[in-house]
Design a protein around this ligand. Sequence first.
Ligand SMILES: Cc1cc2nc3c(=O)[nH]c(=O)nc-3n(C[C@H](O)[C@H](O)[C@H](O)COP(=O)(O)O)c2cc1C
Length: 197
Amino acid sequence: MAHVPTVVGVSGSPTHPSRTTVLVDEVARSFAEAIGGSHRTIELAPLLGQLGAGPFRSHLGPEVVEALEAVEAADVIVVGSPAYRATYTGLFKLFFDHIGQYALVDKPIVLTATGGSDRHALLVEHQMRPLFGFFQSLTLPLGIYAAESDFADYAITSDDLRGRIDTAVNRTVPLVRAHIDPDSRYANAEFARPDAF
Ligand SMILES: Cc1cc2nc3c(=O)[nH]c(=O)nc-3n(C[C@H](O)[C@H](O)[C@H](O)COP(=O)(O)O)c2cc1C
């Protein structure tokens, strides 16, 4: 049976409801739809207490361990955090401190964030991208940042934000598809795969 790609979202907001969760879920859903996969979004807010239990996975509760394993097994990960003091939340970092050092190597990662205004939009480039550089992940070139004014009652209301999500998905889906199914990279090419010679 063909492998159905999994897109897993991680929302690093400590609150519920959360604009970040709404954004992460929408981006994960859009990617899953575009690649014919399934999606799920993990909220870290309910895991906050368990995540502080200690530095090793053996210290953590079963819900956190299940979430960590789902992220490590995903084909594509959509990460998101609210801006807190101009960077991602401590909760977001705490979760990724428990991810295996080599578990995300070459994994396609979509970077997203929300904030009170646009002032700290570059946290996606200056804080998030280096974190996933440590993991040797394949961070996709277009990050998605949204301000509070892009939402009303925890729903996306901005056409501009919807346009940015569509652009990010349309521009990077070929890259994601080629990555999770290397054969598709050569499907329309005039030349054969290099290893076919
Ligand atoms: C403790 C705290 C620190 C914050 N720091 C920033 C900040 O530095 N820059 C910013 O743009 N917004 C900041 N905000 C606003 C949140 O990033 C913004 O409201 C975000 O959309 C909340 O996301 P959520 O609904 O997913 O929790 C801060 C909010 C809190 C509670």
